[in-house]
Design a protein around this ligand. Structure first.
Ligand code: AMP
Length: 113
C-alpha cells in the first residue's frame, strides 16, 4: 500500500484536528466538512479499503464503530448521526486508507447521492 495523507497524520507528520486517539485508531475533523459535525475515524493499521479487511481485522473494525459512537457523543450528536464508508473510487473513496465518516449536526437526507 502506498503512503497516504492519513498515514502522515497518524505519524504526526501532517497536521490534523485530532479529537480522539488510542493504540488502534485515531479520529480527526474532516478538512472539508459536509455538515457541522464531520469527523473521520481511521485505523492505525493501513487497510486501504473496507473490502481489503479480513477476519483478523474484526477487533479493530468493531472498535472503529464504538469510537465513532464516542466521538459523535462528544460532538453533541450521539443520537443523531450517520456513518459512511466509501469503498473504492467508484463509490467516492479518494483517500485509500479506510475511514468512517461521522456526519451530523444538520438534518440528513436519504438516499445519499
Ligand atoms: P473519501 O472521499 O471517502 O475517501 O473521504 C476522504 C475525506 O478525507 C474527504 O472528506 C476529505 O475532505 C478528507 N480529507 C482529505 N485530506 C484530509 C486532511 N489532510 N485532513 C482532514 N481531512 C482530509
Amino acid at each position: 500500500m502506498t503512503d497516504t495523507i492519513f498515514s502522515k497524520i497518524i505519524r504526526k507528520e501532517a497536521p490534523a484536528n485530532i479529537v480522539y486517539e488510542d493504540d488502534l485508531c485515531m479520529a480527526f475533523k474532516d478538512m472539508f466538512p459536509c455538515a457541522p459535525v464531520h469527523i473521520l475515524v481511521i485505523p492505525k493499521k493501513p487497510i486501504p479499503r473496507l473490502c481489503d479487511a479480513s477476519a483478523e481485522d474484526k477487533t479493530v473494525l468493531g472498535h472503529l464503530m464504538l469510537v465513532a459512537n464516542q466521538v459523535a457523543a462528544d460532538a453533541g450528536v450521539g443520537d443523531k448521526f450517520r456513518l459512511v464508508v466509501n469503498n473504492g473510487a467508484d463509490a467516492g473513496q479518494s483517500v485509500f486508507h479506510l475511514h468512517l465518516h461521522v456526519i451530523g449536526g444538520r438534518r440528513l437526507q436519504w438516499p445519499p447521492g
